[in-house]
Design a protein around this ligand. Sequence first.
Ligand SMILES: Cc1cc2nc3c(=O)[nH]c(=O)nc-3n(C[C@H](O)[C@H](O)[C@H](O)COP(=O)(O)O)c2cc1C
Length: 138
Amino acid sequence: MKIAVRYYSKGGNTEKLADAIAEAVGVEAETVDRPLDERTDIVFLGSAVYANGIDESVKRFLRKNAGYIGTLYNFSTAAVAPSTYKQVKKVAEENDIAMSEKEYHCKGSFLFLNPGRPNAGDLTRAAAFAKIVCQNAD
Ligand SMILES: Cc1cc2nc3c(=O)[nH]c(=O)nc-3n(C[C@H](O)[C@H](O)[C@H](O)COP(=O)(O)O)c2cc1C
């Protein structure tokens, strides 16, 4: 089973989740600038909320790699907003990408909000989420 982790992170919060998820499933986390090079059964895609939206590079990754994505799993951070699931799902649907309803989201630090997040507990939960996804897909 082929697994990949891709993320976009301006400030490093989502990157921390990406690294925890990647380590849990035994791959390297890469940014969305790195295309998939073959059909990939499980793609964990990390994003964050900026001005109520997701970065354009996340959308571009989905458009360019649609044909290689088996099932997409969302993970995200935000200061206050809910997860990026709906915004990612919209682009996934436009590009005929199957997306799981299972996702992982936690708060990310921003200015004086949520200091230290994601914290050790957030990273442990992200890793557990990823392991369960991959175990159930075996
Ligand atoms: C330019 C910018 C805009 C943001 N806009 C929002 C927002 O609209 N809603 C929100 O809940 N958080 C917002 N945030 C907070 C980020 O979602 C939060 O810090 C997130 O964890 C950032 O992830 P990153 O460190 O991986 O980039 C914003 C952060 C930045 C830098």
